[in-house]
Design a binder for this molecule. Structure first.
Ligand SMILES: NC(=O)c1ccc[n+]([C@@H]2O[C@H](COP(=O)([O-])OP(=O)(O)OC[C@H]3O[C@@H](n4cnc5c(N)ncnc54)[C@H](OP(=O)(O)O)[C@@H]3O)[C@@H](O)[C@H]2O)c1
Length: 229
């Protein structure tokens, strides 16, 4: 079935032509949209102000993109991407994302998001909070430790010496496989941090955060991460 995630159908890459429902159309949302459209996928993208405010972006993105409300983007998503300021995570529609893989790019900036005590105390993770909000979805961390502009500029073909690696984390092996295949399409190796409970290793200000690194370097940086900053 076109557009359905189907690792068996699409062979070594894994993400067949897929509709990405992207909630958040800022630095990261727009860049993920550009990157996946360049790989032949489709995008339904939303922000907080309404689809009419996304006319310029969808015009640039072309016929593989349309603007929508967050609920519509969630409904259309075969794979969803949540890329809003963390303080807005409770606004993400719950029911239309049930049963779906949700990629979470979000980071905790208390200066922007306000204090979240369980994160400050090292008792939670940013992706874990989203997973709690979306109990019937499968959350995977993705794209949180790469500068937005670099998503479309620092990838390289598989096997390139020193190929940049990005981390993911999820409680689901299937979701990790989806992110791994997507990263590969976009030009990146993958290192899995493990379950969401370990995803703090790639959160803000840890050694792996927003630096360019290959898979070995990323693994070393994840291992060296302190639980609290
Ligand atoms: N910038 C980076 O390089 C980078 C890198 C890695 C991870 N991150 C993380 O990724 C997330 C997004 O970052 P960003 O830089 O792309 O942010 P941004 O440029 O500020 O864009 C945020 C987007 O989220 C939308 N939004 C806000 N509240 C919403 C809501 N309640 N419902 C639907 N959409 C909503 C905004 O829509 P409106 O404009 O209409 O309000 C905007 O389109 C953040 O958690 C950030 O920390 C950023």
């Amino acid at each position: 079935m076109p557009g359905r995630w189907n690792a068996a159908r699409s062979g070594p890459v894994g993400v067949g032509m897929t509709t990405f429902g992207i909630i958040g159309a800022g630095n990261i949302g727009s860049q993920v949209a550009r990157a996946v459209i360049a790989q032949g996928h489709e995008v339904v993208i939303a922000n907080s102000r309404g689809p009419e405010t996304l006319a310029a972006l969808v015009s640039e993105l072309g016929p593989s993109a349309r603007a929508a409300t967050a609920t519509e983007a969630a409904e259309a998503a075969e794979v969803a991407v949540v890329t809003v300021p963390l303080k807005a995570y409770r606004d993400i529609p719950v029911e239309p994302l049930a049963g779906k893989i949700v990629l979470d790019t979000n980071n905790y900036y208390w200066e922007r998001d306000g204090r979240i005590p369980e994160l400050d105390r090292g008792e939670a993770t940013t992706s874990g909070l989203l997973q709690q909000h979306l109990p019937a979805s499968t959350v995977a961390k993705a794209f949180n430790h790469i500068g937005a502009a670099e998503i479309t500029t620092t990838g390289s073909p598989a096997g390139t010496p020193g190929r940049r690696a990005l981390a993911t984390a999820s409680d689901s092996d299937e979701a990790i496989a989806v992110v791994t295949d997507l990263y590969d399409q976009l030009g990146f190796d993958t290192v899995s941090v493990g379950p969401l409970s370990e995803s703090w290793r790639v959160e803000r200000d840890r050694p792996a955060y927003v630096i360019r690194q290959n898979a070995d370097q990323l693994r070393a940086n994840l291992a060296a991460a302190p639980r609290t900053i």
